[in-house]
Design a protein around this ligand. Structure first.
Ligand SMILES: Nc1ncnc2c1ncn2[C@@H]1O[C@H](COP(=O)(O)OP(=O)(O)OP(=O)(O)O)[C@@H](O)[C@H]1O
Ligand SMILES: [Mg+2]
Length: 177
């Protein structure tokens, strides 16, 4: 890791520590104008995207007014899950964005192993995992999606899991403007 990557990681760790100390207050107070793709590209720089794995972002770099810290945490968790629980030779994540007068709608879809329908609510519980090992043969702790749900709650938003027709996993996120 080079120095600028290390600095970026330290900044992110600082933000995460600040977040863990006073989540609700910091997330609510730190709303700012940002650009979605710029934030997501920053997150992607901090994770190991395996070769032959593609993350497709919206065509336009949409302006959003929200908590960047929360958004980073949310996508860090969703992206790492989508990468870990994926057994395809050509892994894929697609992010779609749509804004209405009152809310931002984000869709995060992947072509991974999918999640059985009966777990659609349970996966957001603290420490809940499907006890399946990931592509690195590791088991998770079940913190990721519950953190995502908590952060969205603080933003007044929500997340739901939807089992797509053919393969993979799709999450729908709603964040009020
Ligand atoms: N995109 C996905 N595709 C398939 N399964 C998933 C996906 N995201 C989450 N899961 C399943 O849901 C479970 C809960 O996810 P969550 O992120 O809360 O915990 P984790 O990944 O196991 O651990 P942690 O995030 O704390 O490292 C996972 O263990 C995995 O079985
Ligand atoms: Mg996880």
């Amino acid at each position: 890791m080079n120095i600028s990557a290390t600095k970026r990681l330290i900044t992110l760790l600082d933000e995460m520590l600040a977040y863990s100390k006073a989540p609700a207050v910091i997330v609510r107070e730190k709303r700012a104008v940002a650009y979605l793709n710029t934030v997501l590209e920053q997150v992607i720089r901090h994770i190991n995207v395996p070769p032959h794995f593609q993350i497709r972002l919206p065509d336009e770099n949409h302006e959003i007014n929200t908590s960047v810290i929360a958004l980073e945490q949310i996508f860090m968790n969703l992206f790492t899950n989508a990468i870990r629980y994926n057994d395809k030779a050509e892994g894929l994540i697609a992010v779609r964005f749509n804004a209405t007068d009152t809310a931002y709608h984000l869709e995060v879809a992947d072509n991974g192993i999918g999640i059985a329908k009966q777990y659609h609510e349970k996966i957001f519980g603290t420490n809940f995992t499907l006890k399946i090992t990931d592509r690195f043969n590791k088991k998770g702790t079940g913190i990721g999606l519950s953190t995502v749900k908590d952060l969205l709650k603080v933003l007044g938003g929500s997340i739901i899991y939807n089992q797509p027709w053919v393969w993979g996993t799709t999450f729908f996120i709603n964040i009020p403007r």
